[in-house]
Design a binder for this molecule. Structure first.
Ligand code: SAM
Length: 306
């Protein structure tokens, strides 16, 4: 977090002091900024720099290696979509694996599904878990569920070692492919995911932005079409604090009972997840589920051609 820039708030060439600007080679020439009220934590783990600050408009913010991972205000959009898009697309999910997602938000969402019996999570960086428990209790609450089993380690190795056909769903809640998450975007990783899934099992992976990363998305889609013999789909949603304000998901199924991701067969918003719990869904609903697969023409052309 840079505070040393010049104080010229009206100048077009100014980096504003007291603001966090998300500068990265992954989105050259642009940087979303948030006003910092207070820096709450700065640490360096074995894998990455970890920062938490209080923003003036998005609540607390978690940053890894200079990149926003979540804010209290809009984390619901990401966590609910990455979890319920896959889990609402199959009947009775029982065994779920989360890769990454150390903040616990995906666990919180997966735990809404009463059919689920086991939630394995493999996060590489223990500091993300401890920081989230200290500063983001409404997110880390996911760890309180007795079905959750936390494994600290590399998701790539964890999946390689997983017995074949174990999981109904794998959710890959990763950071961007620069740093420890790089391999989570590569073909061998997707091959181990397919192997660890039961026939007709589903995977949902964080798949970047159609505005910024069409080249990465093209590669992911091409790999997935080779590996997943059920169906291969791209969905997206809005998350204001992610680069370009949107984020995508790759949703695939293995050969077996057919999965039609566009038509949820296990709707959570009409049952256990919504309204009648102390923590109603804030973002996800069945209409948004189906709509998430409708793509702008420029993205549709590229993805359909792969
Ligand atoms: N859930 C967040 C949100 O709401 O936007 C998103 C990101 S989550 C914090 C991404 C996590 O993936 C990080 O905690 C990071 O340490 C973890 N990660 C990166 N590479 C990994 C790997 N190879 N194996 C397991 N976890 C990994």
């Amino acid at each position: 977090i840079s505070m040393e820039a010049e104080d010229k708030p009206n100048s077009i060439s100014t980096i504003i002091p007291g603001w966090f600007s998300e500068i990265s080679p992954m989105w050259p020439g642009e940087a979303h900024s948030l006003k910092v009220e207070k820096i709450l934590f700065q640490g360096k783990s074995k894998y990455q720099d970890v920062t938490v600050f209080q923003s003036s408009t998005y609540g607390k913010v978690l940053i890894l290696d200079g990149v926003i991972q979540l804010t209290e205000r809009d984390e619901c959009a990401y966590q609910e979509m990455i979890s319920h898009l896959p889990l609402c697309s199959i009947q009775n999910p029982k065994k779920v694996l989360v890769i990454g997602g150390g903040d616990g938000g995906v666990l919180r969402e997966v735990a809404r599904h009463s059919s689920v019996e086991l939630i394995d999570i493999c996060e590489i960086d223990e500091m993300v878990v401890t920081v989230s428990k200290e500063f983001f209790p409404e997110v880390a609450v996911g760890y309180d569920d007795p079905r959750v089993k936390l494994h600290i380690g590399d998701g790539v190795a964890f999946l390689k070692a997983a017995p074949e056909g174990t999981y109904d769903a794998v959710i890959v809640d990763s950071s961007d492919p620069i740093g420890p998450a790089q391999e989570l975007f590569e073909k061998p990783f997707f091959e181990s995911v397919a192997k660890a899934l039961r026939p007709g099992g589903v995977v949902c992976t964080q798949a970047e932005s159609i505005w910024l990363h069409m080249h990465i998305i093209e590669d992911i889609v091409a790999n997935c079409r080779q590996i997943f013999k059920g169906s291969v789909n791209y969905a997206w949603t809005t998350v204001p604090t992610y680069p370009s304000g949107v984020i995508g998901f790759m949703l695939c199924s293995t050969e077996g009972p057919e999965v039609d991701f566009r038509h949820p067969v296990n709707p959570i918003d009409k049952t256990e997840g919504d309204g009648n719990t102390e923590r109603p869904l804030k973002f996800y609903n069945s209409e948004l589920h189906s709509a998430a697969f409708c793509l702008p023409s420029f993205a549709k052309r590229v993805i359909d051609a792969k």
